[in-house]
Design a protein around this ligand. Structure first.
Ligand SMILES: Cc1cc2nc3c(=O)[nH]c(=O)nc-3n(C[C@H](O)[C@H](O)[C@H](O)COP(=O)(O)OP(=O)(O)OC[C@H]3O[C@@H](n4cnc5c(N)ncnc54)[C@H](O)[C@@H]3O)c2cc1C
Length: 399
């Protein structure tokens, strides 16, 4: 049976997030964006208090014990206000905490996952480097073991939440093995000696969130902080991205809704040739396209979320949701600007911010070209469902 009805708990969670961000964050988000000032120090404590940061992490690991649909609903409400807010869910919750939930030992979960799920510590994700983004297998950061420590050297770039994070999942090359088999993943605390971070300025979008660089110079990481086994880094990164992309897609649904809501309002307010512009059928066509993007993207996200809840492998479906939803969000913001005429071009209205932010989502967590390649390789049978030592944990109510 297919059931599209959201539970009472889903609706309450969605409404509490919506109330919070509409009341406390929406009035100031444009100002933070213009000043390129990070919202994170202000919003993270409250999001932790609301249980949002560990929304889909089981209660036994400090989370709120909701399912993946709940994660999507939170992302939609956050990105409806600003992309930088949804980035928190993608990076801290999906890329970092969910990855620890799936792959970490019980000791690692105790030390890192529980404080993250409770919002006491913040996790981030360091995969991209100056020389490689899409081509993960070519990463150059190196790690070698010395006794009960690994020594890490390298540079990670375009790392979201670099300033507020307490620790990073860092992917590095170990041993002599080339390509994907030579990659390992480490939990690296920011306070370790040899870790230097810096924040990028003048990004096109996501300006109310920090993004930057991590330089690792002879950073000594306890061997106990190796996540999974040495050769499992690539698989860990790919399972992390399956969750991260899901949140990007869900957030894009919120971005489309924001474009739709703003446009609908303006269509009634603005008059031309003696009538509200919403009466013009060419304007209605824009609205119809935005609505189509919303409906289709939300369906793709819910389908991917359903698969995740069952513990069914979902790389293709999640990639499809990410590709389609982020493309639609860009298109929706573009159409919303057109509907608003010159006011859409103005920094006093949020439309140009929606559009700048939407561009980021077609690039981060695997560009949309990469999402298309994923579809092609599954269709043609070049790509098999991965064999994972770690089984995708299905959602278990009450856990
Ligand atoms: C705002 C923002 C936040 C980010 N946050 C993080 C983060 O927290 N952690 C992190 O690790 N990274 C992060 N990233 C980095 C992001 O994941 C990478 O930018 C992305 O994976 C693309 O890599 P690249 O920029 O090196 O592009 P490249 O890989 O150099 O690609 C350049 C172009 O070539 C295309 N291309 C590459 N390979 C192929 C191919 N095989 N076939 C067809 N086309 C191809 C790409 O689609 C793209 O159009 C962030 C990026 C942004 C913009």
């Amino acid at each position: 049976m297919i059931d599209f009805k959201l539970s009472e708990e889903h609706l309450m969670l969605r409404d509490s997030v919506k109330d919070y961000v509409e009341r406390d964050i929406a009035p100031k988000v444009n100002e933070y964006d213009k000043a390129q000032k990070s919202l994170y120090p202000e919003v993270l404590p409250k999001m932790g208090e609301l249980g949002i940061l560990g929304v889909c992490i089981p209660e036994k690991y400090g989370g709120a014990g909701f399912d993946y649909i709940a994660l999507a609903l939170v992302c939609e409400e956050l990105e409806r206000i600003d992309t930088s807010l949804r980035v928190i869910m993608s990076v801290h919750t999906a890329l970092s905490s969910c990855t620890l939930w799936w792959w970490a030992s019980e000791e690692q979960k105790e030390k890192y996952l529980i404080p993250q799920a409770q919002g006491e510590k913040i996790g981030a994700f360091g995969l991209t480097e100056p020389g490689c983004g899409s081509d993960v297998a070519n990463l150059q950061t190196r790690a070698h073991q010395e006794g009960d420590e690994y020594v890490l050297n390298g540079t990670k770039q375009w790392i979201s939440m670099v300033e507020v994070a307490d620790s990073f999942l860092i992917f590095a090359r170990v041993g002599k093995e080339k390509g994907v088999k030579g990659i390992a993943c480490f939990i690296v605390e920011k306070e370790l000696q040899g870790v230097t971070i810096s924040v990028f300025h003048n990004k096109l979008g996501v300006r109310a969130g920090d993004t930057g660089e991590i330089v690792l110079q002879n950073v000594r990481v306890p061997a106990a902080n190796l996540l999974g086994r040495e050769a499992e880094g690539f698989k860990i990164a790919m399972t992390a991205l399956d969750n991260g992309r899901y949140t990007v897609a869900a957030g894009a649904v919120g971005s489309i809704r924001a474009s739709l809501e703003a446009s609908k309002k303006y269509c009634h307010e603005r008059k031309a040739f003696g009538q509200e512009i919403g009466k013009f059928q060419l304007i209605q066509e824009h609205l119809a396209f935005i609505q189509a993007g919303y409906d289709q993207s939300q369906l793709l996200v819910f389908k991917a979320g359903w698969l995740k809840n069952q513990g069914i492998e979902n790389t293709r479906e999640t990639g499809m949701a990410k590709w389609q939803a982020t493309n639609y969000a860009s298109d929706a913001a573009n159409r919303a600007i057109q509907i608003h005429g010159a006011m859409g071009f103005s920094g006093d209205f949020p439309l140009e911010r929606f559009w700048r932010n939407a561009r980021a989502n077609t690039i981060l967590e695997g560009t949309n070209e990469i999402q298309k390649l994923i579809q092609g390789s599954f269709i043609l049978g070049f790509r098999k469902k991965p064999e994972l030592r770690c089984k995708l944990p299905p959602y278990k109510p009450g856990e």
